[in-house]
Design a protein around this ligand. Structure first.
Ligand code: UDP
Length: 245
């Protein structure tokens, strides 16, 4: 894909990045089944458009390596615990999707054969070509990384046309719109602007990887039902981050 063509291209294969927090609803911790069902329906509606979907899921609703390390755990150990949390979320999302009749596979970057498939790129590609939703668990499989970086990596590996980041707000703002009434929302940003203004929508390493491989990132709110399908169809409100300024 060349720079400048991403704005009007129709998407045929996409990656959705969900943070663990998206699954916990109003709770402080863990999983909210109602929230899971809403998200599963959003994913299903995109598959019904004939678009192939894979998902990278975070674990922050259960465990974050950095907070474990702050409490005295060795960082590497804490990060592995964080990766295991993402596997729990992946299984929960799989359950919610399968309950709706959508076929899925979970692939973990840390092999755990009795629980799910190991990550095998070509196998994941085949699942997606057959219309199955592939949920990638355990991030990159390495400590000191995050699931944002895992999302960019898998999007590149799977040849996705774009990466969609579902958040609590409808795009990227200059400041937190929940606390700053003067915060402005951007319709479009370049990768370099996101990095140089330190906008923190995703990790710098994820943005850099997307920039290097020219994968657009579309940031939207998961709160609006049908938002994922809308944004895939280039409707509704979102911020697009790509090579164009
Ligand atoms: N993690 C990791 N390597 C990875 C991805 C995740 O070590 O490639 C660990 C890290 O400890 C992180 C936790 O898993 O804090 C949960 O992931 P993340 O914080 O990205 O989840 P999110 O914020 O998206 O819920």
């Amino acid at each position: 894909m060349t720079e400048g063509t991403t704005t009007d291209k129709k998407f045929s294969r996409v990656l959705l990045k969900l943070s663990g927090e998206a699954l916990m609803g109003e709770q402080d911790y863990g999983l909210d089944p109602a929230k899971l069902e809403i998200i599963a329906k959003q994913v299903q509606s995109v598959t019904r458009l004939g678009v192939q979907v894979c998902v990278v899921i975070g674990g922050g609703n259960i465990f974050r390596g950095i907070s474990g390390a702050a409490k005295g755990l060795e960082r590497g150990t804490a990060d592995y615990m964080g990766m295991l949390a993402t596997v729990m979320n992946a299984l929960a999302l799989q359950g919610a999707l399968e309950a709706l009749g959508t076929h899925t596979r979970v692939q973990s970057a840390i092999p755990m054969d009795t629980v799910c498939e190991p990550y095998i790129r070509r196998r994941a590609d085949r699942h997606m070509a057959k219309g199955r939703v592939v949920i990638f668990a355990a991030g990159t499989g390495n400590p000191y990384f995050t699931t944002d970086t895992a999302a960019a990596l898998r999007a590149v590996e799977m040849g996705c046309d774009a990466m969609f980041k579902g958040t609590q707000v409808d795009g990227v703002y200059s400041a937190d719109p929940k606390t700053d009434k003067d915060a402005i929302r951007y319709d479009r940003l370049s990768y370099t602007e996101v990095l140089s203004r330190d906008l923190r929508v995703m990790d710098a390493s994820a943005i850099a990887l997307a920039r290097e491989n020219n994968i657009p990132i579309l940031v939207f709110s998961l709160h609006n039902p049908g938002a994922f399908a809308d944004v895939v169809g280039r409707k509704g409100t979102y911020t697009i981050i790509n090579g164009e300024g």
